[in-house]
Design a protein around this ligand. Structure first.
Ligand code: NAP
Ligand code: MG
Length: 402
């Protein structure tokens, strides 16, 4: 069989620990035998980031901007303990944070769903994709403890000499205050990414805030979404999808009652909280995919989980591990499909579809990593290690491509 050709390179970002081991297994067994893989390789493993003064992360992000599609392995975000473990020169920033700020993107997280794994919420038939605004609000807030009686104010001094102030509270005793912000530019990027992604994936878009209470701040989000929607209206009509705005509390109730199959755009804090609720209710972190979409249409695919450190330490002891590679495989299939669509390569798109189908074939027969075994119903699970699981997928992929 001739290998499938590519024309434009995919930006490949390698990572750390157990996911780095899975990365190589996935490439060797599931990609390289079938695709004449063209990648521009960036090693974002912690040793290389340290060696390059984290320059490599910036270069990788710029390459994603240049070529439009990247696939990333999970990486360590260093803390004090990692500083000693890896003898680091600095406590480098989160690579995902760096990439996100360069691509100016929105993160979409969607579960991989299976007939044998039932969501905790019985009526969820299709995945729910959560789009979280990744800038500002309480994550970039300033706070103050108030010691006793006095007046707290919000003050704005414009560069043009304008001056504005409002009283937050006349304190009669001790308390707390907080100041937070967002920018029209960031909210607008977020809105574009959401409408774009909804159109690309042909799903309805829901957006929710609390603009009945926050009549200026949250209302600005709603206004900007309404404005931006004007540019997508015709395309949405053509695709038969809708944009729906509702209050966050109403959205929560509707999400629980829904059948799924839509994108839920959330402000930063709502997205932080709700993504953990949605992913847990769908089953497992190991089955959650994540894609960063920039407003100018660049895509970066990855698994939502981390480097699975606990499994890696066992692997280093020579133990076999049963780490689930699904989300990382789907990061590759997502990136290859996107590359195929951008470059008009039907075979590459078909390969991505077949790879995902082979994963479903394997799990459908009950062959699964240990984390999924307690979740499966209606099949007799056969727990296997990562290598056996990937080998089983390869057999089924070969059949599908034959
Ligand atoms: P984690 O790597 O997601 O793992 C947490 C636990 O979840 C694991 O110990 C394992 O549970 C389970 N798990 C996660 N993925 C799994 C998989 N594919 N298969 C089977 N089980 C899986 O989170 P963490 O341990 O908090 O973080 C480890 C490192 O990852 C940290 O250095 C952190 O900075 C980094 N991180 C990176 C990213 C990213 O690059 N996007 C995201 C999050 C964290 P059991 O041990 O019970 O089996
Ligand atoms: Mg969180």
């Amino acid at each position: 069989m001739d290998k499938i050709k590519m024309t434009v390179p995919l930006v490949e970002m390698d990572g750390d620990e157990m996911t780095r081991i899975l990365w190589k297994m996935i490439k060797d067994e599931l990609i390289l035998p079938f695709v004449d893989l063209k990648t521009e390789y960036y090693d974002l493993g912690l040793p290389k980031r340290d060696e390059t003064g984290d320059r490599i992360t910036i270069e990788a992000a710029l390459a994603c901007k240049k070529y439009g599609v990247g696939v990333k392995c999970a990486t360590i975000t260093p803390n004090a303990q990692r500083m000693t473990e890896y003898k680091l020169h600095q406590m480098w920033k989160s690579p995902n944070g760096t990439i996100r700020s360069i691509l100016d993107g929105t993160v979409f997280r969607a579960p991989i769903t299976l007939p044998s794994i039932h969501p905790v919420v019985k009526n969820w038939e299709k995945p729910i994709t959560l789009a979280r605004h990744a800038y500002g609000d309480v994550y970039k807030s300033v706070e103050m403890r108030i010691g006793g009686p006095g007046t707290a104010k919000l003050v704005f001094d414009g560069e043009d000499g304008s001056h504005d102030e409002v009283v937050i509270q006349e304190f009669t005793g001790a308390g707390v205050v907080q100041g937070m912000h967002n920018t029209d530019k960031s909210i607008r990027s977020f809105a574009h990414a959401c409408f774009q992604f909804a159109a690309d994936t042909r799903q309805d878009l829901w957006f929710s805030t609390k603009d009945t209470i926050s009549k200026t701040y949250d209302a600005r989000f709603r206004e900007i979404f309404d404005e931006v929607f004007e540019q997508y209206k015709a395309r949405f009509e053509e695709l038969g999808i809708t944009y729906f705005y509702t209050l966050i509390d109403d959205a929560v109730a509707r999400v629980i009652r829904s059948k799924g199959g839509f994108i839920w755009a959330c402000k930063n804090y709502d997205g932080d909280v709700m993504s953990d609720m949605v992913s847990t209710a769908f089953g497992s972190l190991a089955m959650m995919t994540s894609v960063l979409v920039s407003p100018d249409g660049n895509y970066e695919y990855e698994a939502a989980h981390g480097t699975v450190t606990r499994h890696y330490y066992r692997y280093l002891q020579g133990e076999e591990t049963s780490t689930n590679p699904m989300a990382t495989i789907f990061a590759w299939s997502g990136a290859l499909r996107q590359r195929g669509q951008k470059d008009g390569l039907k075979d590459l798109v078909r390969f991505a579809d077949s790879l995902e189908a082979a994963c479903f074939d394997t799990l459908g027969e009950g062959i699964a990593t240990k984390d999924l075994v307690p979740l499966m119903e209606g099949v007799t699970p056969q727990p296997v290690n990562s290598a056996r699981f990937i080998a089983a997928i390869r057999e089924r992929l070969e059949k599908r491509l034959a």
